[in-house]
Design a protein around this ligand. Sequence first.
Ligand code: ADP
Length: 540
Amino acid sequence: MIPGLMQDVPLLTTAIMAHAETAHGRVEIVSRTVEGRVHRYDYAGMAARARRMARALQALGVKSGDRVASLAWNTHRHLELFYAVPGLGAVLNTVNPRLFDDQIVYVLEHAESTVLFYDRTFAPLVERLADRFTTVKTFVLMSDAESHDPGAVGALNYETLADAQSDAAFPWPSFDENAGAFLCYTSGTTGDPKGVLYSHRAVVIHALAAGLASAFGLTAFDVVMPCSSLYHATAWGLPFICPINGCKLVLPAEKMDPASLQDLIIGEGVTFSGGVPTIWTMYLDWLAQTGQTVGQLKRVIIGGSAVPRAMAETFKVKHGVQVLQIWGMTETCPLGVVATPTPSIAALGEDQVDEVIWTRQGRLQFGIELKIMAEDGSEAPRDGETSGALMVRGPWTIKSYFRKEETVILDADGWFDTGDIATLDEHGFMRITDRAKDVIKTGGEWISSIDLENIAVACPGVKIAAVVGIPHPKWEERPLLVIETHEGRTVTRDEVLDYLRPRIVKWWMPDDVVFAAVPLTATGKIDKKTLRAAWNGHLT
Ligand code: ADP
């Protein structure tokens, strides 16, 4: 080979901020604050504040490679840290506040974070656990100066730190694009949380790819409101995708209730939003109750758990909103696939387009290869039928977990086993049938808990449907359907079974239907481990 003769410019997140400042400097960023008021500025304002924070971080002694932790919602201050911390070559460890106390301690200790930024909401949590954070030297409360309360940890104030610094041009360092930028931990539903360290290069090319027309298709005409959390796999990369494409950004802080979201959707002209299904279940329910409309909202990306078909249909038929299902995981930065139509699907007619994009998690995107592995280790055919272990590979897929580099997690060809069971078809569409550990194994056959849940959740009155396999004396495991109903609605066991009967094969019929609150994990997924434990003896 001979070397190419093009500029060797590392792909760093600072380049995204610099581009947004020069190309989209006057494009607005609107953020609710935890204090309650709405804060407005633009990409130029954000870049200026990130410069102040970079200087403040340096003054606090933060150096390249250090870890800085955040316990914070979707706000402009958190966004500033998304650029200031990695811009210095340090790593932002976004901690999921919904983890249990012991897991939060584990994450901070394992990451060895030296500074902890936190929203006022988490002051009690921080005070409760501060003694156990042995590496944290500095606490910073992310509130305005007027309502600052240093608490028992003697927290510094975010605004005071920023005000003390200049926003003049800052000499952002240049370094290897493979340097770590964000440290995100998986929710640890089994064992301790595991750290996934995103490099600058992975974050930048993931953001470039996610903006493509075959994926999110964002343009400078879009107004984007991320309802996926900044602390969970960087809110699906939207804090980078939006500035690259010049989208107005609307940040809802912690207020994800339907009425608060609606204020922003209508008031700010939101065209594009995204979040886990739970948020949209509540929002659609609220729209039905209040008779309100969705304003300019045109597209919603939904992922993290399977999108119930009924949700996508209601969005389209009642509100003219296109749902784009996505699948991904912390280990893939997080985007894997996005369900957008192709000409070959479109040629089959609108019904077929709906059928495909409502029932598949998405289709292959450049930059992340997928394959299905059969039980014998061979590659399964791409026939849309044969299911097996979903394997992924590519420049924004994990190589090894942070501080567990000696543990090999890829196969000899570099494939990572996602732990999901899926099918792939000849058009490149992937369908998740289950997480490997949630598949119901009954008499030697498999039942997809996701498929059953998707059907059951469309039964009138049902809010959440959870299916788990529990021990059965004859069949090894049988499905149990746990239902949480919409408030004020009563649904009977027979109504649910009558609803399911014509829609599923006989041997998939749940052995029982029970009514209870469905527990959710720290990342908003149905907590099947807890459900299995709670109902373990129900059929024996
Ligand atoms: P956690 O820490 O909860 O594991 P992740 O975001 O990493 O958080 O979870 C990734 C997992 O979520 C995937 O492996 C898959 O099982 C599930 N998931 C994500 N998106 C979808 C989807 N659209 N449909 C079904 N499952 C999904």
